[in-house]
Design a protein around this ligand. Structure first.
Ligand SMILES: Nc1ncnc2c1ncn2[C@@H]1O[C@H](COP(=O)(O)OP(=O)(O)OP(=O)(O)O)[C@@H](O)[C@H]1O
Ligand SMILES: O=P(O)(O)OC[C@H]1O[C@H](OP(=O)(O)OP(=O)(O)O)[C@H](O)[C@@H]1O
Length: 219
């Protein structure tokens, strides 16, 4: 039998919204994903296996061909870069915004802004485009704490409801990018496995149209 297609899923909040789309597209894990310590799962399809990994690792797996396709937030893709990847489909799930934010009622201040974020590449690019001098400080979580502790003047982070910012006396400032979750495909796999990948992508496209119709589409 031919080598199975490896489909890399982001664990965490994206996974919950991904599984119903996969089911609609005819792909079901052979066992519950959250009931074991396993990371590699069989599916109802002989030639498709799932790996469930940290969201930030999905682009690496797919780019280097360890997985043929994957599911990743646009924030993660903007940060990682998309060399070697196709992005054929917006899954329209886990919608949020990548924004700058600071202490409520406080102007950004100082000529060289200190910015705390886990999105260091996105932040450097954004401030350079704005012509703003920025010292970007890498953090791995709880970015909202940094301005309160005088570690930074501003943060770059995901905003959805704004509750996390509000709860910490902060407010959103500028929008950097609207974010949704994307399907990504390894470029070599797209060529070599075209006949196996295309039906899968089309089934997912249909599942997205049914489950998550684009509210902004006309007609
Ligand atoms: N509050 C949110 N609302 C909607 N989507 C979000 C929100 N926060 C994050 N996301 C999206 O979901 C993705 C994964 O978020 P999640 O919080 O599960 O992972 P994480 O905290 O980045 O990962 P890890 O737990 O591995 O550190 C993000 O990359 C982003 O695209
Ligand atoms: O605007 P809100 O609706 O409050 O959402 C924004 C928060 O959601 C994410 O964190 P998450 O809840 O995933 O926790 P994390 O820090 O573990 O990523 C993100 O990092 C923000 O902190």
């Amino acid at each position: 039998m031919s080598k199975p297609l490896i489909f890399a899923l982001s664990k965490g909040r994206i996974l919950e919204e991904t599984l119903p789309l996969l089911a609609d597209a005819g792909i079901e894990p052979a066992e519950p994903l959250d009931k074991s310590r396993k990371l590699l799962f069989d599916t109802n399809l002989d030639n498709v296996k799932l790996v469930v990994i940290r969201a930030v690792d999905v682009p690496t797996y797919v780019q280097l061909g360890a997985a043929d396709l994957g599911v990743a937030g646009r924030d993660v893709l903007l940060e990682h870069g998309v060399d070697g990847l196709y992005e054929p489909l917006d899954l329209r799930i886990s919608r949020c915004r990548l924004m700058t934010a600071g202490i409520e009622g406080q102007a950004p201040g100082r000529a060289r802004r200190r910015v705390a974020t886990k999105f260091v590449n996105v932040a450097r690019r954004y401030y350079a485009e704005q012509g703003i001098q920025a010292e970007v400080i890498k953090l791995y979580g709880a970015m909202e704490l940094a301005p309160l502790m005088n570690l930074a003047d501003e943060i770059v982070d995901i905003v959805d409801t704004g509750n996390t910012l509000r709860a910490n006396g902060m407010a959103p400032r500028e929008l950097i990018a609207d974010i949704t979750t994307r399907l990504v495909v390894n470029k070599a796999s797209m060529t070599m496995q075209h006949e196996r990948l295309m039906p899968l992508i089309e089934q997912l496209r249909h599942a997205v149209e049914v489950r998550n119709p684009d509210a902004s589409a006309v007609g």
